[in-house]
Design a protein around this ligand. Structure first.
Ligand code: PLP
Length: 450
């Protein structure tokens, strides 16, 4: 079918996630992708563009990887599906669990498989509560998350999500979720004079009572919140706080996991070990619907000390094809030194972004670690004057980039105009340069249009 025919069918029958339904119904799909190879995408009009964000921060090994396609095909032919209920198992799931344990820090040795990030976080919330139940403290149920966090869209994950649009999408959320101010280091270290003290994790633990709190969840680096980095020492402070108050720590590594930040996991940048580490996206590089909750030995120990049944699990937990693809993804990650590439190419990307900052007037607040980076667009960086929200500066800039063959994402929550970069981890130096060149051309046009 041609673009027009597909657009008409799309408008009529396809309700899209994170898209305004009315505008979409009127105008149809903005792009219909048809092909992908490496870091390049092609749409139905034959236009090629670089995927500068790995689509949804997930296509870490790029498109059209033959090894991943082959392993999926072979596994589908050999055993297309098997359950993991009632103790039944399959080889790819077992080997993937072992591989993940070998990569995860500390004694994060036990995996529970899911089909994606929201399911992983929901599972971690339930397992944290189950942990306290089997330990004889069933009243420890509350979950603390951070402002501007994104943890997914199932009822639990959306209730933990701090970004207002998602959190307030419906008029009712799950109970026992609390939101803390993000990244207020001094308050977390105990400084009561910090203006955010009462809204900090520490302040909330004090007001709610640690006996009521099951877990704290955070992203090592916030993604959809606007690529927001914690101050140095923050993750260590939160880990210590949780230990002192007998509260579990959940790291949402759905974006950061498996090399995105130049280390295998985001938490590896700050040398902490959470009690649960939730992954998805990069574990299969977007080739299969797969996620996992990795838990520490003491968590599994609590479960096996009890006679309770694990009344939790998805039809697709431990799906053999998804796990075979996951296993191959992680083998490629190690064999091809993808994490190292992320670190080295990330340094080049950051340098390129700083070059753009020194050459164009509306860029500021460049930050990046590995191949996860963000920039902000402001009207006047020297005097700290933001663009009028009505001009939608970040949207305009990413539209121009798109037109010039570079797919990026923007976040304009709370008046910031953040543009995010997270290219596939297989990117070469030359391709990083190509991204910077296209961004540079886009800035020239942006300055004329804004
Ligand atoms: N957690 C984080 C940090 C994410 O960025 C996302 C998705 O972008 C999720 C969880 C939800 O993952 P999924 O869309 O696979 O449910």
């Amino acid at each position: 079918l041609n673009k027009l025919e597909l657009s008409e069918l799309d408008k009529k029958h396809y309700l899209h996630p994170t898209t305004p339904p009315r505008a979409h119904y009127l105008s149809g799909p903005s792009t219909i992708f048809t092909e992908g190879k490496g870091i390049y995408l092609k749409d139905i009009e034959g236009k090629e563009r670089i995927d500068g964000v790995s689509m949804l921060w997930n296509v870490n090994l790029g498109y059209g990887n033959e090894e991943l396609a082959e392993v999926a095909k072979q596994q589908m032919l050999k055993l297309s599906y098997s359950s993991s209920f009632s103790g039944q198992s399959n080889e790819p799931a077992i080997l993937l669990a072992q591989k993940v344990a070998s990569l995860a820090p500390g004694d994060l040795n036990v995996c529970f498989f899911t089909s994606g990030g929201s399911e992983s976080n929901d599972t971690a919330f339930k397992l944290a509560r189950f942990y306290w139940k089997v330990k004889g403290q069933p009243e420890k149920t509350k979950i603390i998350s951070l402002e501007q966090s994104f943890h997914g869209v199932t009822v639990g994950a959306t209730s933990a999500t701090g970004i207002e649009g998602f959190n307030k999408f419906t008029t009712s959320n799950a109970p026992n979720f609390l939101t803390a101010a993000a990244h207020v280091l001094n308050a977390e270290l105990g400084d009561k004079s910090d203006p955010n003290y009462s809204r900090s994790i520490r302040g909330i633990i004090e007001s709610e009572g640690s006996d009521n709190i099951a877990a704290v969840i955070l992203e090592p680096i916030q993604g959809a919140g606007g690529v927001r980095f914690p101050p140095d020492g923050y993750l260590q402070a939160v880990r210590k706080l949780c230990d002192e108050h007998n509260i579990l720590l959940i790291a949402d590594e759905v974006i950061c996991g498996f090399g995105r930040t130049g280390k295998t996991f985001g938490v590896d940048n700050w040398n902490i070990v959470p009690d649960f580490l939730c992954v998805a996206k990069g574990i299969s590089s977007g080739y299969a619907h797969l996620g996992a909750v990795i838990m520490r030995e003491h968590v599994r120990e609590a479960f096996i000390q009890s006679d309770e049944m694990m009344f939790h699990g998805f039809t697709y937990s431990g799906h053999p094809m998804a796990c075979a693809v996951g296993l191959k993804t992680l083998e490629i990650l190690e064999r091809d030194q993808i994490v190292k590439n992320s670190r080295l190419r990330g340094e080049e990307l950051l340098k390129g972004l700083k070059y753009l900052e020194s050459n164009y007037k509306h860029i500021t607040n460049i930050r990046g670690l590995g191949l996860l980076a963000g920039i902000e667009l402001v009207k006047d960086p020297e005097n700290g004057i933001s663009f009028d929200p009505a001009v939608h500066a970040a949207a305009l800039y990413t539209d121009i980039c798109m037109d010039l063959g570079l797919q990026l994402r923007y976040f304009d929550w709370k008046g910031t105009n953040t543009v995010a970069l997270a290219p596939p981890l297989i990117i070469t130096s030359q391709q990083v340069e190509e991204i910077i060149n296209r961004m540079s051309d886009a800035f020239k046009r942006f300055e004329k249009q804004i």
